[in-house]
Design a protein around this ligand. Structure first.
Ligand SMILES: [Zn+2]
Length: 448
């Protein structure tokens, strides 16, 4: 038997188009401790009967459900590669392996439906507008439940929507300082508690669309995803007919302040913060960067815009350490602190260790904005040129860019912020020269 994992790797191979020609490989099955296991399916397998999925179709029925599970009849009928729930798919497997999760468990979604009905937007079916999430992901149990039963497959939601009250110490301080006035609706009380609607989104990628965003071919994308994960998803290669991939990565949570139905309205103002996760600062208040301070600033401005009759929106992406992860991040911190922590060396230190300075691919980020029906942003609470350019290039206008006020910056974060400004981040203030960046120095470790 030929395993797809052992296919010859030819670096010189240039691939531009995904061939629809069936790959000539026998059905990949192995005997594993007495159980016959199928490693992958192939386009030409005679028992393959994928449930139709037409990305960008105008109705949920015409689009069809995303079926990624191979349980029940899923081996034949799945129409997506990967696994449900992003990185949590592995914990699901552990629950199965440890026999804590009954594979016959049928989810009971009674009362789990969204508290706000987000109306379908034109963008949901505009080709190329949404390529990294399932626009119908929040309604799956209610619109595709019958298909799941009829076809005997598992179909699970990839989005969910709820309401929340946020109780954040700095917001309370802003209220006490008189910078934020409780209105009983957005800012609920003098404790600074804020009401919001929030949406959790797991990534669902339409591979041709993702490739197009990154300006590469679908074949190049599939090849790199397959090979760089050490053959984790053979069907990226063996099933060119399947166009959807549920990747094992984190998603985004959107926090909406004000009436969500106002988000698509042109005459309603919108303040937006796109925030990429930084657990060290966001949660543990490490002072080496400006992340939590900018997050809080974004929340305050979002609440103010909502109080003025518009909307505030904070999108929190799981993109730790510029998508290089915390392990890389701390290695970079060490290299910075031991090698002279100056702003001119900030990005260089990351590149030395990771090979790249950023892996966030902001090109995919605006999808959540299009899903919400947003066409313009009045106040962009970010200095990032990458975020700005991705949003504008996707067809959404940005009126005003707001940088974080200096007084909010922790002392040790100047290295980061000045390096970013010098690299092209937005500012109304001073852009440092290379010579000046050498003098912006972070805290030394002595005494810690
Ligand atoms: Zn940070």
């Amino acid at each position: 038997m030929t395993s797809v994992c052992n296919q010859k790797h030819d670096d010189s191979l240039e691939i531009h188009e995904v061939s629809s020609t069936p790959i000539n490989v026998d059905k990949a099955t192995v005997d594993y401790f007495g159980e016959k296991m199928r490693l992958a399916t192939f386009t030409q397998d005679i028992d393959i009967d994928a449930i139709p999925l037409e990305w960008s179709a105008t109705t949920a029925a015409a689009r069809g459900p995303v079926v990624v599970s191979k349980y029940k009849k899923g081996m034949a009928k799945h129409n997506a590669i990967g696994a449900h729930a992003g990185p949590y798919s592995i914990y699901h497997a552990l629950s199965v392996a440890s026999k804590q999760l009954d594979l016959n468990h049928e989810p009971d979604y009674t009362n789990a439906h969204p508290p706000f009905n987000f109306p379908q937007q034109e963008q949901w079916s505009t080709p190329g507008k949404i390529v990294s999430m399932d626009p119908f992901g929040h309604m799956v149990p209610w619109i595709y439940g019958d298909i799941a039963k009829k076809e005997n497959v598992d179909i699970k939601p990839t989005m969910s929507i709820t309401k929340a009250v946020l109780s954040i110490p700095e917001i309370k301080e802003e209220v006490q300082r008189g910078n934020l006035i409780p209105d009983g609706k957005i800012v609920l009380n003098d404790q600074g508690e804020m009401a919001c609607t929030k949406i959790a989104v797991d990534p669902v990628w339409h591979l041709p669309g993702v490739a197009q965003r990154l300006n590469i071919s679908e074949a190049e994308l599939r090849k790199a995803l397959f090979q760089d994960t050490n053959g984790m998803y053979p069907e990226l290669i063996s099933r060119p007919d399947i166009k959807v991939f549920c990747p094992p990565i984190g998603g985004v949570t959107a926090y909406i302040f004000g009436d969500p139905s106002d988000l698509p309205k042109e005459d309603k103002r919108l303040a937006l913060r796109i925030h990429d996760e930084c657990s060290g600062s966001d949660v543990f208040l490490s002072d080496i960067c400006s992340c939590r301070c900018y997050l809080i600033f974004g929340l305050v401005e979002a609440a103010k815009e909502a109080q003025n009759g518009g909307n505030g929106l904070v999108c929190y992406y799981r993109k730790e350490g510029r998508c290089l992860g915390e392990v890389t991040k701390y290695l970079v911190y060490n290299a910075r602190k031991r090698g002279g922590d100056t702003a001119d060396e900030y990005f260089h230190r990351t590149e030395c260790i990771a090979g790249v300075k950023d892996a966030r691919f902001q090109e995919l980020m605006p999808d959540i904005l299009h899903w919400l029906g947003i066409t313009k942003i009045d106040k962009m609470l970010s200095m990032s040129n990458m975020k700005h350019d991705a949003i504008v290039d996707s067809g959404i206008t940005i009126d005003e860019r707001i940088e974080i006020p200096d007084y909010l910056l922790p002392a040790d974060s100047r290295v980061e912020i000045d390096a970013k400004i010098a690299a092209g981040y937005f500012t109304n203030g001073h852009v440092y020269t290379t010579e000046e960046l050498k003098k912006v120095e972070g805290r030394k470790w002595e005494g810690l």
